[in-house]
Design a protein around this ligand. Structure first.
Ligand code: KG4
Ligand code: ZN
Length: 356
């Protein structure tokens, strides 16, 4: 192989993922094991359960990524692995596995920041030059940042409490959508999007949070509590027990999705205006990249499209499989770092891990 080849490993949350990517952005092999089904049953991620599942799957997933790529381990240029942020117990499995691997293979190790990997994924697909704006919205993340280089990020705003996906998951759980015949296998956010199509968003008037805040931060827990109260009231009105599905569930889903979209669009609008005013973005070709699990929501994307059209920005969104957690983004961040010559470790002695 003439090109640099990186094996990427991701275990920061509830996906065990690995991929092999080359310098030109070719995805040579990938494998992923999702724990979503298990965590849906317990109504949230139990870290020790996530850790156990990562341990059970990591060897097989890395092997599958490597064998589907037809790259033999000694041809790799480096191994890149998520080291933060995330659940400590989950991260530990990937880190410990990777350190053993680079030790065996005598390859460089590239520690990866999960958010930075999300942010740079778009460059695997499109020619996007620095600087650009990124909006990361998922179950665990909510931030707006200016990406000025491979490891040069300016944080413009973040959630002051929970992430939008987390809020949507909680609302979906409160609505017992897991028992809904059409949504039982969907994530909370996807179930809300699905149900919202059958509801009227104006049936409930829910105000977007932080309307007066002169910054680019977000908040979703107030919204969650407002919706919680609406659900409690509707349960009384409809005379149903907690855990049964409300007749008005679709209206509630439509309203919460609408308010979420308005809030996200508004904060993003502020960030774009700020960057243009301070000349942090090139006015002629400003780009907004939106990623994370919540970015696959078409209603929220539409709201963002209105904002980017009004501000003459280009809106780019990786395809769903690259928006959610995956090994490809980690491998690609490794490629970016190799090319830029930043953060490549040839000696991992200083990094601690539990011996096998
Ligand atoms: O990126 P991701 O797979 O994992 C992290 O949180 O890092 O995102 C998962 C989140 C979940 O909260 C899920 O409910 C949400 O993304 N999500 C959606 C949709 N699909 C997934 N939220 C809104 N609309 C969707 N279509
Ligand atoms: Zn993520």
């Amino acid at each position: 192989f003439l090109h640099k080849l990186v094996l990427g490993i991701e275990t920061s949350c509830d996906d065990t993922a690995a991929a092999v990517v080359d310098e030109t952005g070719n995805i040579l092999g990938e494998a992923i094991h999702s724990q979503t089904e298990v965590h849906l049953k317990t109504g949230g991620i139990v870290p020790s359960v996530a850790q156990q599942l990562h341990k059970e799957n990591i060897q097989r997933i890395v092997q599958a990524a490597l064998s589907s790529s037809k790259v033999c381990p000694r041809e790799l240029s480096a191994v890149a692995t998520t080291v933060k942020p995330g659940l400590a117990l989950s991260l530990g499995v990937g880190l410990s596995f990777s350190l053993h691997l680079v030790d065996q293979l005598k390859k460089p190790f590239i520690p990866i920041h999960h958010m930075e990997a999300h942010a740079l994924t778009i460059r695997l697909l499109n020619k996007v030059d620095f600087p650009f704006l990124v909006l990361l919205i998922s179950g665990g993340h909510c931030l707006l940042a200016l990406v000025r280089g491979v490891s040069d990020f300016l944080l413009l705003g973040k959630s002051l409490d929970i992430a939008p996906g987390d809020m949507l998951d909680k609302v979906a759980r409160r609505l017992s959508l897991i028992k809904h015949p059409e949504c039982s296998t969907m994530s909370g956010g996807k179930a809300i999007e699905h149900l919202a199509k059958q509801g009227n968003k104006l049936h409930f008037d829910i105000k977007p949070p932080m309307q007066r805040a002169k910054n680019c931060d977000f908040s979703f827990s107030g919204l969650q509590h407002v919706v919680d109260r609406i659900i409690t009231q509707k349960e009384k009105e409809e005379g149903i027990q907690k855990g049964e599905i409300l007749a008005s569930a679709a209206h509630i889903a439509a309203a919460v999705q609408h308010t979420t979209a308005c809030h996200i669009a508004k904060r993003t609008h502020r960030a774009i205006l700020f960057c243009k005013q301070k000349r942090l973005l090139t006015p002629s070709n400003a780009v907004l990249v939106v990623s994370g699990g919540v970015a696959s929501n078409l209603y929220i994307r539409k709201a963002l499209e209105i904002v980017t059209n009004a501000t003459e920005c280009t809106l780019l969104c990786p395809p769903p499989r690259l928006c959610t957690d995956n090994g490809i983004m980690i491998a690609w961040n490794g490629i970016e770092r190799l090319r830029a010559g930043v953060g490549v470790l040839h000696n991992t002695e200083g990094i601690r891990y539990e011996p096998k």
